[in-house]
Design a protein around this ligand. Structure first.
Ligand SMILES: Nc1nc2c(c(=O)[nH]1)N[C@H]1C(S)=C(S)[C@@H](COP(=O)(O)OP(=O)(O)OC[C@H]3O[C@@H](n4cnc5c(N)ncnc54)[C@H](O)[C@@H]3O)O[C@H]1N2
Ligand code: MOO
Length: 388
């Protein structure tokens, strides 16, 4: 049995070979870049107007209008003191422009322009290079591409982006009692739901599940299911059959497939029988079957590792501290990830903390980390993982 910190360290210390690929700009949200991106040119690449209005030469209140420039126009004006041109947002400002005045602050009679206020030098001009200068580091290798990142990369004229490949994930659920939702349920059976929860948790963070398989508690079937699944997966996630019962075959089936245990059992609640192993460049998480245990282990251990395999600097769930909204006592002897709800700047520990109970997790939005045998008074700080 390892501690939570030891389990995290074992995961973090895995030597992984990151693979790269080239993706179209429109198809790289959530991927991490595999090489630095530097600005190929100044941004903006020319002085341009921030307003629809008039580009002015010299500082005064009266000007003569000598022409017009719209966004995208190539024409060049040589402005003399006291002259102005009609200009639009994004249009290149003529050389010698002192300021741009928005049209709402102007009056025009024929070619005579009168300003309602004195312009300030440089007003409403977006200067060449004011956001980025040519050669400047824009994103460091490992940056996870956001929608704004996509916008910026596009505005640098880059269409194909070098990124780290994301791992392919296969899922195996085990258990004789499990049947697919939608089918009639006999006595003693329950609906298989972990694969749905885990696949959608992967999807929520931009990871895809390739293959999903449900296998009965039969050693040979589990063993061959694992063998087959490992052929295509970078990461295999199993649920159930990892505890000590007579029908818990997963650990042995992994061993017989040549998967080497990195840790088995974590001193925590839920998720004590969590297993992590590897076979060459393939990794296996065997999650406890209890629905809240499997999902909680996904958030706390699997997700950070998926990011690690994707070359990302993110390490999974962001942790934040919130004051607890009520007195609380964790009587358990293991450090706990408790189903919780953050609202109005406070965290509430929800009822229904059993490892098999997923209702509270579905109604909550966080996992609150509380040490074993700990009493907290209302207002004390609690570390939370957001699971929105
Ligand atoms: N003698 C002991 N028994 C147990 C121990 C222990 O230390 N000694 N640990 C308990 C803890 S803690 C956990 S957690 C569970 C984990 O057991 P398994 O990983 O072997 O899971 P299963 O027995 O297969 O299933 C547990 C529970 O979850 C339901 N389940 C399983 N898979 C699914 C699924 N895909 N969808 C929905 N529900 C699922 C299953 O029906 C069981 O009710 O072991 C304790 N026992
Ligand atoms: O480790 Mo288990 O998830 O407490 O029932």
């Amino acid at each position: 049995m390892v501690t939570i910190e030891e389990a995290h360290k074992i995961i973090k210390d895995q030597k992984v070979k990151l693979k790269t690929e080239t993706r179209k700009l429109s198809d790289c949200l959530g991927f991490s870049i595999s090489e630095d991106i530097n600005a190929p040119f100044d941004m903006p690449s020319f002085d341009n107007s921030a307003m629809d209005g008039y580009a002015l030469c010299g500082i005064s209140q009266e000007y003569t209008i000598i022409g017009e420039v719209a966004a995208g126009d190539k024409k060049e004006f040589e402005l003399k003191n006291g002259e102005a041109v009609r200009i639009f947002t994004g249009a290149k400002v003529p050389k010698d422009t002192s300021a741009v005045m928005m049209q709402e602050k102007t009056r025009v009679a024929g070619n005579k322009l009168t300003l309602e206020q004195m312009p300030k030098e440089g007003q409403s001009i977006r200067r060449k290079g004011e956001e980025l200068t040519q050669g400047q580091l824009v994103f460091e290798k490992g940056y996870s591409i956001t929608p704004a990142g996509i916008g910026l990369i596009g505005s640098l004229g880059i269409q194909n982006v070098e990124v780290f490949r994301k791992p392919l994930i296969n899922l195996i659920t085990t258990g004789n009692e499990l049947i697919e939702p939608g089918k009639p349920k006999a006595e003693g059976q329950i609906y298989e739901s972990n694969s749905y929860a885990l696949a959608s948790a992967c999807e929520q963070f931009g990871f895809k599940c390739g293959n999903k398989k449900q296998i009965e508690d039969d050693f040979e079937a589990i063993k061959s299911g694992i063998k087959k699944s490992l052929e295509t997966a970078d990461v295999l996630i199993l649920s159930g059959g990892i505890s000590v019962g007579d029908y818990d075959f997963v650990k042995q089936a992994l061993e017989e497939n040549g998967v080497e245990e990195q840790f088995y059992k974590v001193f925590q609640k839920p998720g004590k029988p969590l297993y992590f192993g590897r076979k060459e460049d393939k990794f296996v998480f065997a999650l406890p079957g209890n629905p809240a245990s499997s999902l909680s282990c996904f958030y706390v251990y699997v997700l950070p590792f998926l990011y690690q395999l994707s070359g990302s600097k993110k390490n999974g769930m962001e942790r934040y501290s919130f004051p607890i909204s009520h007195d609380f006592e964790n009587r358990g002897d293991r450090p706990s990830f408790l189903k919780a709800k953050i609202s109005n700047g406070e965290v509430e520990i929800l009822d229904g903390q059993g490892s098999s109970m997923i209702l509270s997790m579905a109604q909550g939005n966080a996992l609150a980390f509380i040490d074993a045998e700990t009493s907290l008074k209302k207002g004390e700080q609690v570390q939370c993982l957001l699971i929105l």
